[in-house]
Design a protein around this ligand. Structure first.
Ligand code: DSN
Length: 415
C-alpha cells in the first residue's frame, strides 16, 4: 500500500481493513482461498495495460511479444499440470468458460443435462435465471433422497430419456467424489459430449487428491482461484480435436481482450501447483475436511451424505433447529466465515436455506492441520448451539482472532 496510501488513502485504508479481516477471521467458504504473493504481484503488474485480442502468434494488436511468451507459458504449464492435450487460459471467469463450452459445441435450444442447482450444481449448469437455462434446454439430474449422492443409474435413465448433446458433470456443493468415468460411459452411450466443470476440485485434481476428469471428458472447465489457489479467473481444457472450436468460442465468441495480468498470474499459480509441496497441500485439504467433518458430527451437526471425500462439507442446520442464514450470520459475528447453501430437497428458500457449506482449502493454505480443524469445529458447534447468545459470539470472536493471528496468510505474510 506504499503508493496508494499517499495517492488514495481512502481506498488504501479499505484494502488494509480487508487484510486485517482476512488475518483475524477463519475462512471456511469452500470456494475461497489465498493467492500467493507471486500470484498477487503478477495480477497487479503492468500487463493490465495491454490489449492482446487473439492468441500467441496471431494477435490483432502490435506489441504483444511478451504477452505471447506469457500466454504460451501459462498454456504449457496448464497442459502439464492436468495432462491435457489443449488449454485455453483466457476465460475470465468460470461462467464465461462454461458459456464458451456451450457455444463451441451446441446450438441455442439444444438439450444439455446438468446437476440441479439446489442440489449442488451451479447457476451455469442450467438455472432458469441464468443464460444457460434461458438459451438451452437444460434437463436436471438430482441426488438420491436417501444417500444424498449422485445416483449414476438415475443419470443414465435421464440421459437415455432426454438424449442431451452435452452432459455436464461437476458441482459447487457436492462433498463426494465425482465418478467421471461413469459419466463418460453414459455420455458415450447416448452420443453426448461430456463436460466436466471441476472448478471446486481443480486443486485436488492437480495435486492427485481427486480423480481427474481430463482423460474422460471432451471438455473440462475450471476456475483458477478455488482449491487451485491462483488468481480470480478460469481455464478450459479439451482434446486436440475440439481445440479450434473451443478457442473460437472463447475469442471472438464470448470475450474480447484477454486479461494478460491474470494470465501471467495463472502461469505463476500453475507453476506453484506443479511443485511437490502442492501435492502435500491437496492431500492435507482432504485430510482436514474429513477430521473437520467428524468433529462437527460429534458436536451434533448432521452432514449431507454423512461426510466428505473432498475439500467441502455441507452441514444440515436443521439439526441445530436453525436456518443456514441464521447459522451463517451467527458464525460471522464470531469471526468464522461461511456461506449458507441449500441442502438436497431443502424445504427452505435459496435465500434462507437449511444448509451451511464449509471448506478447508483456505485454512489449509494457512498451514492448519487436523488438530486445528477440530478446534474450529468446536467453536462452530458452540456458536450454533446458542445462535442468539451475544456473549458466546463475542467470546468466540476474541478467541478466534487471537488464534487466527498466529497462522500466516499467503499473500500477506509472504510479501
Ligand atoms: N460462487 C462459486 C462458489 O462459491 O462455489 C461458484 O461460482
Amino acid at each position: 500500500m506504499n503508493v496508494l496510501s499517499h495517492r488514495d488513502p481512502d481506498v488504501a485504508a479499505m484494502i488494509e481493513d480487508e487484510e486485517t479481516r482476512q488475518v483475524e477471521t477463519l475462512e471456511l467458504i469452500a470456494s475461497e482461498n489465498y493467492a500467493s504473493a507471486g500470484v498477487l504481484e503478477a495480477t497487479g503488474s503492468v500487463l493490465t495495460n495491454k490489449y492482446s485480442e487473439g492468441y500467441p502468434g496471431k494477435r490483432y494488436y502490435a506489441g504483444n511479444q511478451h504477452a505471447d511468451r506469457i500466454e504460451s507459458l501459462a498454456i504449457d504449464r496448464a497442459r502439464e499440470l492436468f495432462g491435457a492435450e489443449h488449454a485455453n487460459v483466457q476465460p475470465t471467469s468460470g461462467a464465461e468458460a462454461n458459456m464458451a463450452a456451450y457455444l463451441a459445441f451446441v446450438n441455442p435450444g439444444d438439450t444439455i443435462m446438468g446437476m440441479e442447482l439446489s442440489q449442488g450444481g451451479h447457476l451455469t449448469h442450467g438455472s432458469p435465471v441464468n443464460f444457460s437455462g434461458r438459451f438451452y434446454n437444460f434437463v436436471p439430474y438430482s441426488v438420491d433422497r436417501e444417500t444424498e449422492t449422485v445416483d449414476m443409474d438415475e443419470v443414465r435413465r435421464v440421459a437415455r430419456e432426454t438424449k442431451p448433446k452435452i452432459i455436464v458433470s461437476g458441482a459447487t456443493a457436492y462433498p463426494r467424489t465425482v465418478d467421471f468415468d461413469a459419466f463418460a460411459d453414459i455420455a458415450k452411450e447416448v452420443g453426448a459430449l461430456l463436460m466436466a466443470d471441476m472448478s471446486h476440485i481443480a486443486g485436488l485434481v492437480a495435486g492427485g487428491a481427486h480423480p481427474s476428469p481430463v482423460p474422460h471428458a471432451d471438455i473440462v472447465t475450471t476456475t483458477t482461484h478455488k482449491t487451485l489457489r491462483g488468481p480470480r479467473g478460469a481455464l478450459a481444457l479439451c482434446k486436440s480435436d475440439h481445440a479450434e472450436a473451443l478457442d473460437k468460442a472463447v475469442f471472438p465468441g464470448t470475450q474480447g481482450g484477454p486479461h494478460m495480468h491474470t494470465i501471467a498470474a495463472k502461469a505463476v499459480a500453475f507453476g506453484e501447483a506443479l511443485s511437490p509441496e502442492f501435492k502435500h497441500y491437496a492431500r492435507q485439504v482432504v485430510e482436514n475436511a474429513v477430521a473437520f467433518g467428524e468433529a462437527l458430527q460429534e458436536g451434533g451437526l448432521r452432514l449431507v451424505s454423512g461426510g466428505t471425500d473432498n475439500h467441502l462439507l455441507l452441514a444440515d442446520c436443521n439439526t441445530k433447529g436453525i436456518s443456514g442464514l441464521k447459522a451463517q450470520n451467527a458464525l460471522q459475528g464470531a469471526g468464522i466465515i461461511t456461506n449458507r447453501n441449500t441442502i438436497p430437497y431443502d424445504e427452505r428458500s435459496a435465500y434462507v436455506t437449511s444448509g451451511l457449506r464449509l471448506g478447508t482449502a483456505a485454512l489449509t493454505s494457512r498451514q492448519m492441520g487436523t488438530d486445528e480443524m477440530r478446534r474450529v469445529a468446536k467453536w462452530i458447534n458452540r456458536v450454533l448451539d446458542d445462535p442468539d447468545g451475544e456473549g458466546v459470539r463475542e467470546t468466540v470472536r476474541q478467541e478466534v482472532a487471537e488464534f487466527a493471528r498466529t497462522y500466516p496468510v499467503p499473500g500477506i505474510s509472504d510479501r
